[in-house]
Ligand binder design. Structure first.
Ligand SMILES: [Zn+2]
Length: 415
């Protein structure tokens, strides 16, 4: 089982926007770019919303059936580990093995020595075809990398084997992720990580490193775009070399987590994958929930009131809502509108403040990030939220579709 060249992580907190998102993918196909949709949802999201992995499968299958979508599609068990993977085995055919928490865990001296000695060929000056400045791989650097990552990748091997025993090797796609950490992985680290992955026998098809810069939820990239571009390009070349050197799957590609809304780096990503004729996977699911709130705001009446209530409640529950996302949000307190202010707003003002149009005078990324982490409040309102989503199904769906196609796919793939 192989995933196509371009794939997009989609999905939504409440499982209502499968068709709207798939319509954006269909539009891209009509415009000439085939993209594989991958519905992803993490265990964390499921636990807040009280949904089950099979709900994602039902949503994906229903959307594909309704639109008579003929391409491949997958359901991603996002950020799973050994403690929670079991619940995803039946519903998923794409598994994101999250080993970030195992980075830095100790390995035995024998294991470290064995890996280091297997890297003789690459120590000293490491020339990766296409990369102008060769990497200098000192013994010390190699030792540091091995100590940092060997146990994490051994854990990925355990998770992979656990899934393989139940599903069979050719019945799922494997991603390895280590993006939810503070320190980015450098291209040279990625090279040796890929060697470890190959030695574990993991047929990895997508890999999600932590890239340089901030990938905050629902807002644009914050960081040095030139440095990001340089490292992204080196990562692409390292992967190409690693595929040949270590016998990894030839479609192995980068996966960008928290990939929605990173408009300032999309041109570089698009240019580099085109230059080397490489694939990409971009996870964007979180952005869809914000479009639901925008759609409800635009609907006016009680739907606008509910959108306002979600924000006002999030304002008073910031610590609780932000804690699980502390590494991936940056909210400036003094730029958050007060509850009284928001009470005065009409539909357009609320939607324009939340909608991600860079440079729009009303757009407020702080407001947007707070609502991003506030989906738990909508989940608590339960029937009311779902009822309004259904009542304003067409309007909300058109917001979801427009966001994914016009603001994301058009920019990424120059459509
Ligand atoms: Zn992630």
């Amino acid at each position: 089982m192989k995933i196509g060249k371009y794939s997009l992580g989609i999905g939504d907190r409440f499982g209502h926007q499968g068709e709207a998102q798939l319509r954006a993918i269909v539009k891209a196909a009509v415009a000439g770019v085939d993209i594989v949709p991958v519905w992803n949802k993490s265990n964390r999201e499921h636990s807040y919303i009280h949904s089950k992995p099979n709900d994602t499968r039902i949503e994906a299958d229903a959307a594909v059936k309704a639109l008579k979508f003929a391409g491949d599609y997958f359901v991603d068990a996002d950020h799973i580990n050994l403690s929670n993977v079991q619940g995803f085995i039946t519903a998923s055919d794409f598994f994101t093995l999250d080993v970030a928490s195992k980075i830095g865990t100790a390995s035995s001296d024998e294991q470290i020595a064995a890996f280091v000695s297997s890297c003789k060929k690459y120590s000293g000056i490491l020339n990766v075809p296409g990369i102008v400045h060769p990497f200098e791989v000192s013994d010390q650097l190699l030792n540091t990398i091995v100590r940092k990552f060997l146990a994490a990748i051994a854990e990925a091997g355990k998770i992979y084997n656990f899934i393989k025993e139940q599903k069979g090797a050719d019945h799922f796609i494997t991603e390895v992720s280590m993006d939810e950490v503070e320190t980015p992985q450098t291209p040279v680290e990625m090279f040796f990580i890929l060697k470890m992955i190959a030695e574990q026998g993991i047929p990895v098809q997508t890999i999600a490193p932590k890239f340089t810069g901030r990938f905050n939820k629902g807002v644009d990239y914050v960081g040095d775009v030139a440095q990001f571009s340089r490292e992204f390009e080196e990562d692409v070349l390292v992967i190409e070399y690693a595929i040949k050197e270590f016998g990894l799957p030839d479609n192995l590609k980068l996966s960008i987590h928290s990939g929605s809304d990173k408009f300032s780096i999309y041109p570089a990503i698009g240019r580099i994958i085109k230059k080397y004729d490489k694939g990409i996977h971009v996870k964007t699911a979180g952005t869809t929930w914000l479009e639901e709130v925008i759609g409800l705001a635009l609907a006016g009446g009680e739907a606008l009131e509910l959108a306002k209530d979600i924000y006002k409640s999030a304002l008073t529950r910031q610590d609780e809502l932000c804690a699980p996302y502390a590494d991936v949000i940056d909210i400036k307190q003094n730029e958050l509108p007060s509850a009284d202010e928001v009470d005065q707003w009409g539909s357009e003002k609320f939607a324009n403040t939340l909608r991600h149009i860079p440079g729009h005078p009303d757009y407020n990324p702080n407001f947007r990030q707070l609502i991003h982490v506030g989906y738990k409040i909508a989940a608590e309102s339960g029937v009311k939220y779902m009822g309004l989503l259904e009542k304003h199904h067409d309007l909300v769906g058109s917001c979801v579709e427009e966001n994914l196609f016009d603001r994301h796919l058009k920019r990424l793939f120059k459509l």
